[in-house]
Design a binder for this molecule. Structure first.
Ligand code: ATP
Ligand code: FE
Length: 337
């Protein structure tokens, strides 16, 4: 079965063609326009999606060497995300499915991040059910209990900023360019994680909060640069290591609590922050010290991409879980709703 998948929830326009669980193509047009603004500008994102969607879909079909007449269904991200962005992918998918007279499948973006682990062409193993899925990205921070493909329960999520935002905003305070997450990671590798202790937020249960950390970093940097104007430049590695250490402690504390509460020791992470070298080594460590089994998909399937929408599309296709032309984009769209 050939499935065309379309993702346009935020600032990446992506289209993929899957043959069952195998990805034949996965084209992503990342919108560079937002860099100069230091964050995603919704109006510009939606306009860029409009410009990108046709060429991106064409490329995905061409790379897969598939004619659109061979498609069995079209899957698209219905939400959650930016309304203007979602509308582009949703309308495009609906019109194409109508034109080709093939089934239309709606996909929840957060479920797609989790089910990305089931895409075939990866070295990593598929997690067995039940497992804990943690999605950590620029827009989301969520721990989900995954009992089956479509039986998921959100155990906790962020009450304010996402973890990727915490990385990016901290980086911005240090004068690093957007998105700063990868740079913080790079400097952190050479710094002392205990150099500057930052307080961890006190949030009950499995929810997260990252906005307080940003504020304490701001005050800390203001205080230090008053004493020494070159404080940041001179200590960038130690500051990054300390910030990253605090963020990782927050993530690991919650994961440990989730494991304790559920008794599930299989932990599968995804989202752009899964690229972080620190979180990767923490998970490896947890395998050795606590007997967890951990899973990270290929990086291309961690950041926003249509292949993960395609795998959900395929799984829903098997169940004939189709939608119709009335499916409207949903900016807020909870897992399992
Ligand atoms: P969404 O939340 O919808 O997935 P997004 O496009 O903001 O949207 P991703 O593309 O999944 O999210 O991830 C981007 C985020 O990941 C950015 O915040 C970026 O700084 C962060 N990031 C990427 N690499 C690293 C890294 N090595 N260390 C820390 N953060 C990183
Ligand atoms: Fe995403």
């Amino acid at each position: 079965k050939y499935i065309l998948a379309i993702e346009s929830s935020c600032d990446d326009t992506s289209a993929a063609v899957l043959c069952n669980t195998e990805v034949l193509s996965n084209v992503v047009a990342t919108q560079e326009i937002h860099r100069q603004y230091g964050g995603v500008v919704p109006e510009l994102a939606s306009r860029a999606h409009q410009q990108n969607i046709v060429p991106v879909v064409h490329q995905a079909l061409a790379k897969a060497n598939i004619d659109k007449k061979q498609l069995s269904a079209i899957a698209f991200t219905r939400g959650p995300g930016l309304m203007g962005s979602l509308l582009v992918g949703t309308s495009f998918a609906k019109s194409l499915a109508l034109g080709l007279d093939i089934p239309l499948i709606e996909v929840n973006h957060m479920e797609a991040h989790i089910l990305a682990h089931f895409i075939k062409d990866q070295d990593t193993q598929r997690p067995e059910f039940p497992f804990l899925g943690m999605t950590i990205s620029g827009g989301h921070t969520q721990i989900v209990q995954v009992n089956n493909y479509f039986e998921m329960k959100v155990l906790g999520e962020t009450l304010d900023d996402a973890v990727g935002e915490a990385f990016d905003k901290s980086a911005k305070l240090m004068g690093l360019p957007y998105p700063g997450g990868p740079l913080v990671d790079k400097y952190a590798r050479e710094g002392n994680p205990k150099a500057y202790p930052f307080p961890k937020p006190k949030v009950e249960g499995l929810n997260f909060s990252f906005s307080g950390l940003k504020t304490s970093i701001l005050y800390f940097l203001q205080r230090e640069t008053q004493k020494n104007a070159d404080f940041v430049q001179e200590n960038i590695k130690d500051i990054c290591a300390s910030v990253q250490h605090t963020i990782l402690e927050i993530l690991m504390d919650k994961l440990k609590l989730a494991v304790k509460q559920t008794g599930i020791k299989r932990v599968a992470i995804g989202g752009g922050v899964a690229a972080n070298s620190g979180i990767r080594s923490r998970l490896k460590e947890a395998e050795e010290t606590m007997g967890w089994k951990t899973y990270i998909p290929k990086f291309a399937y961690c950041t926003d991409n249509a292949a993960m929408v395609g795998i959900v599309g395929y799984l829903k296709f098997l169940e004939e879980d189709f939608t119709d032309q009335s499916a409207a984009a949903k900016a807020r769209y909870a897992i399992g709703s």
